[in-house]
Write a protein that binds this ligand. Structure first.
Ligand code: ATP
Ligand code: MG
Length: 225
């Protein structure tokens, strides 16, 4: 089988994290890296990186490209995922063309380039609604939604029993900024990957509608090319 090296693109709240969990459950050999989760873990551990990141995140601003590139590259490298056989998916990185170019230059020597980019296209009315009800388990990145996907025990992660938290950037005000910055950066990023010939798009209002489309794209990739 071909390796999967997938980037999930989508507005904040479009369900990248949810689709990631479902894909990890479907493909045993698949791993995932979420730049947002890595940053939130740094913040929770009160590291120097976390201290810097917190100021940007609470404001809905993107971190400097070099900062995030280093963080994600470091994760891929320490986990041993810079290899041609590795299968992983990225959520939240690359977010700018500069990041995309840096990542490409880091992956190419290892013959571990991205081979799929999928845009999750979800109506904005739907995502706004989701954000307000979203809770996260920071160490794992597991996401809950009080309406669609509540935890078994109120306020606690299903697997570890540890507390869930509300993201400080999931407020109406900061969310608006995140959406703006997504809109500004996604068009050139999509063009970058469309030019390489690996950009796909799936559309729908719910994760249940999106997931089978995403599976279909991945399964085709696994069998061909
Ligand atoms: P969601 O998690 O709802 O899909 P999102 O994609 O906006 O929304 P995260 O990916 O968790 O959220 O990112 C949260 C914040 O972390 C961003 O608003 C930004 O400040 C910072 N961040 C995450 N990834 C990057 C990146 N690749 N480049 C710059 N900043 C980033
Ligand atoms: Mg996310």
């Amino acid at each position: 089988m071909n390796p999967i090296r997938l980037l999930l693109l989508g507005a904040p709240g479009s369900g990248k994290g949810t689709q990631t969990s479902r894909l990890l459950a479907s493909f045993q050999h698949l791993e995932s890296v979420s730049s947002g989760d890595l940053l939130r873990q740094q913040i929770q551990r009160k590291t120097e990186l976390g201290r810097i990141a917190a100021a940007y995140i609470s404001d809905g601003r993107l971190l400097p490209d070099a900062f995030v590139t280093e963080l994600v590259h470091n994760e891929l490298s320490t986990k041993g995922w810079l290899s041609p056989k590795s299968s992983w998916l990225l959520d939240g990185f690359p977010r700018t063309v500069t990041q995309a170019k840096s990542l490409r230059s880091k992956l190419t020597p290892h013959k571990a380039s991205l081979n799929m980019v999928v845009e999750l296209d979800v109506p904005e009315s739907v995502i706004l609604d989701r954000i307000e009800n979203r809770y996260v388990h920071v160490p794992s990145g597991r996401i809950y939604n009080l309406t669609y996907n509540p935890p078994k025990v109120d306020g606690l992660d299903d697997l570890t029993g540890e507390p869930l938290t509300k993201r400080p950037d999931d407020t109406a005000e900061v969310f608006g900024k995140r959406l703006d910055s997504y809109r500004q950066t996604v068009t050139p990023l999509k063009k970058f990957y469309a030019d390489i010939g690996i950009l796909h798009k799936v559309s729908g209002e719910t994760s249940d509608i999106i997931f089978p489309q995403l599976l279909d794209i991945i399964q085709k990739k696994l069998k061909h090319v």
